[in-house]
Write a protein that binds this ligand. Structure first.
Ligand code: NAP
Ligand code: 8YV
Length: 316
């Protein structure tokens, strides 16, 4: 039996799987979190979290060996610090590729067909008074730039090729095994594209890289889609570009200060919004939860973590 700290309230099937073999301590239920943490800190060897574990938490647990985080993005987990303390951090890659890619494809379709605008137009009874709305745009033959051609980015590319889209990508380096056009400049890719889809990690390295220059390069006929992290776009620049028409449309699943969405953004017609739902299907969330639990169970059975993050890949 190992003592595991639940930082956040995790799905019931995760808690049941862990509780059958280990002792759980629920930090999220404590009124005085500091006092609770101090009372259990010495015995905690594992942490389960919904994407957050900072250096202070890691340092408060002297016998910590493993952090299992729910979600593939781990910008809220200080993985470098964990590695420096010989603590393994894990995430939940691959099991969510299909659903997150489907969300990106849905944005491409709904933004190009102005689906939410015309849905409101029909619902509000405007059709009978104003006649047909303006024509939308086709996606066949149009160019899509993918910022982050990783596990999910490749799935998005494959799916959009079926719709006849032409794919380009930007990342820190060209991938020798990929035939898609590589851009070493994000601005150049935005200038060449009708759609720019962000699906790279969040964190300091990508903070605000979709800035005013990139959005204006995408232009009045362009659409920006973000299914990565809200930190990747400059949200003030994005709202200004959409409001002034210097950017045509945006499809956003993620925001700078979730769950808050700026009122100026919510008021715009040329934006399609989702409350961070990329992986939010019963099937995918179940698989992500299984992976969180199995990472902890495997590790504390002495069989090693299943999906350690890159920073922790060499820790045993
Ligand atoms: P991945 O396989 O690690 O792919 C990440 C891609 O981003 C790689 O192609 C990488 O290419 C590129 N990249 C990394 N750092 C970069 C930088 N500084 N500048 C430009 N490109 C960079 O990750 P994944 O599994 O596809 O997931 C990607 C991200 O999607 C996650 O980290 C998460 O934030 C987000 N996500 C969101 C949702 C949602 O619900 N909306 C769900 C799942 C994931 P290079 O190494 O060549 O730069
Ligand atoms: C998370 C995500 O599951 O995997 C990620 O990186 O962003 C989502 O799939 C979600 O943030 C959980 O709250």
């Amino acid at each position: 039996m190992t003592d595991i700290l639940l930082v956040s309230n995790m799905m019931p099937h995760i808690q049941e799987a862990l509780e059958a073999r280990h002792t759980l301590h629920r930090l999220y239920e404590a009124d005085d979190k500091d006092a609770f943490l101090a009372s259990v800190a010495d015995k905690i060897e594992g942490v389960a979290t919904m994407g957050k574990a900072d250096a202070a938490l890691i340092d408060s647990l002297p016998n910590l060996k493993m952090i299992a985080s729910f979600g593939v993005g781990y910008d809220g987990v200080d993985a470098a610090h964990a590695a420096s303390r010989n603590v393994v951090a894990t995430n939940t890659p691959d099991v969510l590729n299909d659903d997150v890619a489907n969300m990106a494809v849905t944005f491409v379709l709904t933004c190009s067909r102005r689906f939410s605008e015309w849905e409101r137009f029909a619902r509000d009874g405007r059709w009978q008074n104003e006649g047909d709305p303006p024509l939308a745009r086709a996606i066949n033959g149009r160019k899509v730039g993918i910022l982050g051609l990783g596990r999910i980015g490749k799935d998005i590319a494959r799916k959009l090729e079926v719709f006849g889209c032409v794919i380009g990508y930007h990342g820190r380096s060209q991938q020798a095994d990929q035939a898609y056009e590589f851009y070493d400049s994000l601005t150049d890719m935005a200038r060449d594209c009708d759609f720019l889809i962000a699906i790279c990690p969040g964190g300091e390295a990508t903070r605000g890289i979709v800035n005013q220059q990139v959005l204006e390069a995408l232009g009045p006929d362009g659409t920006f889609i973000n299914v990565a992290r809200g930190s990747v776009h400059d949200e003030d620049a994005l709202v200004d570009a959409l409001a002034s028409g210097r950017l045509g449309h945006a499809g956003l699943d993620v925001f700078a200060a979730e769950p808050k969405i700026p009122e100026r953004l919510r008021a715009l017609d040329n934006v399609t919004l989702q409350p961070h739902q990329g992986s939010a299907t019963v099937e995918t969330r179940r698989a992500m939860g299984d992976l969180v639990a199995n990472n902890l169970l495997n590790f504390f059975d002495g069989k090693g973590a299943i999906t350690p993050v890159a920073e922790c890949a060499d820790i045993r």
